[in-house]
Every structure is written in structure tokens, then in C-alpha cells.
Design a protein around this ligand. Structure first.
Ligand code: HAM
Length: 421
């Protein structure tokens, strides 16, 4: 019969990779809790309308990349392509803003985007995501970016660049958008890629961060948001930069950084690595002062970021410094004949209850093949139970390294192993 395969772009994560994912999650939890973040787990699926209203109907994510189904009542639902929209929906729906003026949420888990899979780009991928809802002050931006950089340093990610831009606000962006649109219409349309021909009308800012070299060359002299932002946006950005400098955080200004989601206002940032190929953006985020109101909440500002876990794992795997050893197994229990299996099983369970880790050979095999398995399991001790041991209520414990063996009462086995005799 034909084998059933995983869906393209959806991966199985076996122990070596899973260990790195767990390491990243645990490190994130430890770092973020120092800044007052608490964990929020939101559903993997939401009404499609949430993503249309927050991420924006003109974005690639909403237009081409969502996994959408209709339920039996004809309601459209989508697997989450990112975490921010769901976190804001939970914030509004649970009226969190009425109880606290600043809310800090940390979320981790799988996201789904129907993109073309390649190294570092999956259809099911995982994010570590943080949101801070409430403060409009620029120090909140600097705190968020600073925390991201501390996290990346903590887990050992090196040789990265923080890129920064300001995207303006509801006051200044519309006139800049018109200015940019008019500037773009003067170009020979044929020099732009098909996506940019469309974006020019729907979201001209996105033309600036097209990765196609021809589009980049054609838009060299385009007017810059930073030069056309209002006084308040300029002041905000100046404080963000100063606060980052105050934390000794190096950054580059990237006038082309626009981000692929429409909810951003003012500060936008990305952390980029040159070491993992084309998909070098390992984290991205920004301020979103109009997002909460766009999904029916009050006018509450916010800022956040997400890291791509698969991309962090690729970097960790390439780094010599991150070798996470598999946890060592303490014991391997072998019943020498079928009459000893029940006793071997209860010894195994008792040792685990005592906090030791190990397994039992379920099949009764020749002692030679059982010992080979004990060796393969990496256990420090093999425990053999035959009829002599059964009668004496004991086990024969063999030190796998030295080869020394000793009969030990079952009741004393845990202490013997723990003391590493
Ligand atoms: P994003 O830039 O779309 O932002 O994604 C954040 C990160 O997720 C990227 O920098 C990348 O590392 C990773 N990522 C995105 N798509 C894929 C993929 N197909 N495969 C593997 N990794 C991927 C957001 O999602 C925003 N919600 C971030 C944010 C939070 N903004 C404010 N708060």
C-alpha cells in the first residue's frame, strides 16, 4: 500500500530538533518573565475576518497564504498565519484593558502560511511572539527591541543586524502614500515586477521592500517616509534610537523596511542574519497603534515582535557552541526469562518513581542481545533479573563503563544507581 506522507512544508521534529525548540522556549520564558511578560495561549484557528481586518486584505499573507475552511454553517475560518491578531482578539474579547493599563503577553506555537517552502521557510512554522499593549511611549519600543536582543544573545545567536525604520502614523502616512504613489506612477511600469505593479495601487509602501533587484534599482530615488513623517513621529523615532543607543544596541536604518503586515505604525524593525541563506529575517516586529481599534476594541496602542523558531534552530545547528546533549539514561532492565518479567517491570517502574530514567527490555532475549541493547540505550547501569535474583528479591547491577557487577536488593537499587557505584 502507498505510504502516506507529511504535507509539503509541514515537518516532523525528532529529538535533536525538539530539544533545540524546547531550549528556545524555556530561554524565552525565563528572559521575558524578567520583563513582566506572562504566557497566553490562543487558538490555532480564528474567524478569517480577524486576519482580514488586522493583517490587511491587500497583504500577501491574507491574499494568498492562509489555510481557510468553511465550517458546516458556511463560516470562514483560517489557521493562524501569525499570533498578533489572535492575541489582540483575546485582549479585546476578555476586556483586559479595563483591568490593566499595560499588558504584556508571550505566545509560542505553530503558525501556518501557504508559502513556497525552502530552507528556513515552512508552511507550518513556529514563532516566539511578544506583545505589549497599552503604552504609546517610545521607551516601550526600546524595551521591546532590547528584550529581543537580550533573548537572542542569551540563546547564543551571533552575527546579526538589527534594522530599524519608521512607518509614520494615521496623520502623516496618507499624504506620504499619495506622494510615493505619484512618484511611482512616473516610472516606466515595465521595470517593476508583477507584484509591484499591483502593490503600487494597493499598498505603494510595499514596493519599497520588494526583494527583486530591478524593483530596488528603479525605486532608488523614491521619497522616504522618514523625511515626510510628522513632528510627533520624528520625535518618537528620535527617542527610540536614543534609548537603544543608551542600551548599547547597534542598529542600522533601513528606509526600505516596510514589513509584510499592514497593521504597523511608527517603529518597524527586523533582525537579520546573513548565515542562513535567502530567508535571513529571524525576527520582526513593530508598533501597531491602530490595531486594537481595527478589530473592535478601544483605541489602545501596542508594540510586539515574533522570532521564527525554525530559523533560530538553523543558526543554532550551525553554531559549534550549541550542542545540547541528550539526557543520559540511568538504567536498562533485563528479565533473563519470562518468569522474571513481572518483577523486572515493577523494578523499572519503582526506579522511575524514584526519579531515575531508563527502560526495560520488553522482549525476553538472549543475554547477549539484551546487553547489546542496554549498551545502545546509553544507560549507565544494566539491571539483570533471573531466577536467582527473583528468589532473593534482588537485581544484578552491572556498571556499563567499568563492567563491575554486584547483586543488590531491589529496595536498595535506586540508592545504588544514584550513588553511581
Ligand atoms: P513576520 O515578519 O511575518 O511578523 O514573522 C516573524 C518571523 O517569523 C519572521 O522574521 C521569520 O523569522 C518567521 N517566519 C515568518 N514566516 C515564516 C515561514 N513561512 N517559515 C519560517 N519562519 C517564518 C509577524 O508574524 C508579526 N506577527 C510579528 C509581530 C508581533 N509584530 C508585532 N507583534
Amino acid at each position: 500500500m502507498a505510504k502516506i506522507q507529511a504535507i509539503k512544508g509541514f515537518a516532523d521534529l525528532f529529538a535533536d530538533e525538539s530539544r533545540l525548540f524546547t531550549f528556545l522556549e524555556q530561554s524565552a520564558r525565563a528572559v521575558f518573565s524578567r520583563y513582566g511578560f506572562t504566557e497566553l495561549r490562543t487558538p490555532l484557528m480564528e474567524f478569517t475576518d480577524l486576519f482580514c481586518r488586522s493583517i490587511g486584505t491587500e497583504t500577501d499573507v491574507v491574499q494568498k497564504e492562509m489555510y481557510t475552511i468553511l465550517d458546516s454553517k458556511g463560516r470562514s475560518m483560517s489557521l493562524r498565519p501569525e499570533a498578533t491578531a489572535g492575541v489582540m482578539r483575546a485582549y479585546v474579547e476578555n476586556n483586559v484593558g479595563a483591568r490593566e493599563s499595560v499588558s504584556k503577553f508571550f505566545t509560542t506555537g505553530p503558525m501556518f502560511r501557504h508559502e513556497r517552502p525552502q530552507k528556513g521557510r515552512m508552511r507550518q512554522f513556529h514563532q516566539i511572539n511578544c506583545e505589549c499593549v497599552g503604552p504609546k511611549e517610545p521607551e516601550a519600543d526600546a524595551e521591546m527591541i532590547g528584550m529581543l536582543m537580550v533573548f537572542l544573545e542569551t540563546v547564543g545567536i551571533k552575527n546579526i543586524t538589527l534594522q530599524l525604520n519608521t512607518l509614520g502614523c494615521a496623520e502623516c502616512r496618507p499624504s506620504y502614500r499619495t506622494l510615493l504613489h505619484d512618484w511611482l506612477t512616473q516610472l516606466d511600469r515595465e521595470v517593476l515586477c508583477d507584484d509591484c505593479k499591483r502593490r503600487m495601487e494597493t499598498n505603494p509602501l510595499r514596493v519599497l521592500d520588494c526583494k527583486n533587484p530591478k524593483c530596488q534599482e528603479a525605486t532608488q530615488g523614491a521619497p522616504l517616509m522618514m523625511e515626510h513623517s510628522c513632528g510627533e513621529c520624528k520625535d518618537h523615532f528620535a527617542v527610540v534610537k536614543k534609548s537603544l543607543e543608551g542600551q548599547n544596541i547597534a542598529f542600522e536604518i533601513n528606509h526600505r523596511l516596510v514589513r509584510g503586515l499592514d497593521y504597523y505604525t511608527r517603529t518597524a524593525f527586523e533582525v537579520v542574519s546573513a548565515n542562513i541563506g535567502a530567508q535571513g529575517s529571524i525576527a520582526g516586529g513593530g508598533r501597531y497603534d491602530g490595531l486594537v481599534s481595527s478589530i473592535g476594541g478601544a483605541s489602545v496602542p501596542g508594540i510586539g515582535f515574533a522570532c521564527g523558531m525554525e530559523r533560530l534552530v538553523l543558526l543554532l545547528q550551525e553554531s559549534e557552541n550549541t550542542k545540547l546533549e541528550a539526557p543520559q539514561s540511568d538504567f536498562y532492565v533485563i528479565a533473563l526469562d519470562d518468569s522474571c518479567r513481572a518483577s523486572a517491570f515493577s523494578v523499572t517502574q519503582d526506579l522511575r518513581r524514584e526519579g531515575l530514567s531508563g527502560s526495560m527490555a520488553f522482549e525476553t532475549r538472549s543475554i547477549k542481545s539484551a546487553m547489546r541493547q542496554a549498551d545502545k540505550s546509553g544507560a549507565r547501569f544494566a539491571l539483570l533479573i533471573g531466577s536467582t535474583e527473583l528468589e532473593a528479591n534482588s537485581v544484578m547491577i552491572k556498571n556499563m563503563e567499568s563492567g563491575a557487577q554486584e547483586a543488590v536488593l531491589c529496595a536498595n537499587a535506586a540508592v545504588f544507581i544514584r550513588e553511581g557505584k
